[in-house]
Write a protein that binds this ligand. Sequence first.
Ligand code: PLP
Length: 403
Amino acid sequence: MIPVSKRASAIEYAIRDVVVPAMALEAQGHEIIKLNIGDPIAYPGLATPHHMVEAYKESLSRGESGYSPSYGIPQLRKAIAKDESAKGWNCSENDVYVCHGVTEALQIIFAAILEEGTKVLAPGPHYPPYMAYPQMYGAQTIEYALKPDDVWSMDFEDINSKMDDDVRLLVIINPNNPTGNVAGEDEINKLLAIAKNWPKCVIIADEIYDGLDFSGKQKSVSSLSSSVPVISLNGVSKVYYAPGWRIGYMALHDPTNVMTDLRDGLERLLRSRLCASTPAQMGYLAGLESDRGWMISHKSKVQSRRQLCLDRIAKIDGLEVEAPGGAFYMFVRLTDKKWSLDDKDFVLKLLAEEHVLVVHGSGFSSQKGAGHFRLVYLADEATLSTAFDRIDSFLERHRSAKE
Ligand SMILES: Cc1ncc(COP(=O)(O)O)c(C=O)c1O
């Protein structure tokens, strides 16, 4: 037997791990309602805009199948810098590094910053790679609490109590996955005030859902920071509806010039992995440079599906939810004791009996996500209604069975 590394066998990705039993059911001929994956393309009416697809195709037709510059195609870096600057900070094209998605950017940032014994302080619950990757560099992810009864807002006391010199990255995901919480200016300022006391700490601002803010209060963290170093993350996956293109970026906001060495390390890592996909970058460029009016209708579809879910959840015994301010997720609380104690059992039994697939909350944080499930609310209204009918009868049936 060839031995596997500990770092590989420690990796878990709950969102895709639950797909394995779902595929087995599909292989038996069952149709599954999949509300597990944050991929808008998997749902009707939320296609990548035509002009972006055309730009991607035209790039291929022009023969642009070669490697591109390691930090990104200059025109795209410029367009991203303009877009970030419009969010309220002075971003230059040299601050922008294009990657194969935010996910690759995270791996590069972790590789450049983390050492044995260092820590990442991330919200709990959170998007799984924030927990999975740091351990590969001998670091550890510590969770700060999001308040479950207060729309999952950040618990600043908890953040304060967990900060120390070993915390090299303080993460904010805004809007948050999986809770949908949106942090506004006051909260971001509180986070910055804490980070200011720790000179070795950089803030990661994962703003990949920033164009899907229904609260109107989402703000760029870089735009509010006058001294704390921030790495803003964003890309084509969510707001531009093209996750399979694998294009995202990191943008460095370094108001007090403390990231010079780090920038050099990031650039070395970026050069060593060559570049991001060339035609996909051209597709994203078209999205940034063209009229964005199309976003209104996409966003209003997402919003009406959100409302349907909130209305249905309010009427189902055994479910509760804090209304999300952004993104396209709901983190639904299971109030029946049996399920609140074992959310994964709920997810697996719901899948087996009702053919509805959601993700167990404990997959986003074994402690702080337990007793919940995450629902992606992008399916069409009829599918969502059917899913809720089935969830309702599942809960009812198991309650009366008194197991
Ligand atoms: C908070 C967050 N960051 C990053 C990503 C992935 O981004 P990308 O597709 O650019 O790798 C996701 C995907 O679900 C996410 O929820």
